[in-house]
Design a protein around this ligand. Sequence first.
Ligand code: NAD
Length: 356
Amino acid sequence: MKIAILPGDGIGPEIVEQAVKVLNALGESFELETAPVGGAGYEASGHPLPEATLKLALEADAILFGAVGDWKYDTLDRPLRPEQAILGLRKNLKLFANLRPAIMYPELAGASTLKPEVVSGLDILIIRELTGDIYFGQPRGVRECPDGPFKGEREGFDTMRYAESEIRRIAHVAFQAAQKRDKRLTSVDKANVLETFQFWRDIVTEVHKEYPDVALDHMYVDNAAMQLVRAPKKFDVIVTGNMFGDILSDQASMLTGSIGMLPSASLDANNKGLYEPSHGSAPDIAGKGVANPLATIMSAAMMLRYSLNKAEQADRIENAVKKVLAQGLRTPDIYEAGTTKVGTGEMGQAVLQALS
Ligand code: NAD
């Protein structure tokens, strides 16, 4: 199996190096091939997503991505900025399903802004549809208001829409992910107000017939936002559209209080995926050897589970991460008094040792 390794910019290369060490230690015969992306791609060949990098990503069975971006590229024309590489990869690889787990290890419960008893042991998965909804619907723009009380004024407008097949394919991803977990799925919508989301609800209910082992419930997005801070542990898997998912997944990630701990996956219809930490390239700490590599290491674990069908190896990595946290090892972003502060390389090495 071929894995494309795209370290990117800032802390990307440092944290990806640790995840690669872990992948190499699993005893599998993966073929890993590295290519520049983002600012590094621009420096290498004048484009954030060089042709050779895209070709590698298309050929590979899965992609491990670090992070892209640096303030020094802020003056470039928008199509040449590092962040365009992510959009290009999502589009070319048709990555329509974004999976973001929010896991709170009991050892880190003090890092959240919520009470430890509300978040300790939290383990939820948010699945966001990534390529449809009001973010991509046409027509959109600014025009002269054609009717109603504001007729003749300028108005901004967007189009919310979901095709049936778009809803079906994300629903399948969500039900299948729930089957691998606690078999509970909450579909979040706004069916009481929006036609698009009444349709969403109807289709998700239909797809449910194929997954009788999964318990499905529906929740309005305003209630879901409330429940996520009131009793987040009630959820197992949440599936929702692009806009609601954008907001709820950031809200859920902050329940854990530590951006350096959160992996993510973006999948296509065949479970090929791009795996990356939820955080950015952190130029403020790049090169200092203090970045937390655990989100990237756990992204590699997600890659094994969802794209490479190696669930036991994914479990091995996740258990190793739990073990190093239980040993009290902490990078500065998750450090608390009474624990042991370590750097990026030491944390990677500790996970490697805990693997065995
Ligand atoms: P950021 O996530 O890079 O950093 C936010 C804060 O979190 C910083 O203080 C940083 O030091 C800290 N942080 C992030 N990851 C950490 C880690 N693993 N360990 C310890 N601390 C960590 O967000 P930002 O500062 O808004 O953006 C920086 C750059 O990253 C920008 O160029 C932005 O466009 C880019 N970005 C890229 C991605 C991506 O590649 N997917 C996502 C978000 C932002």
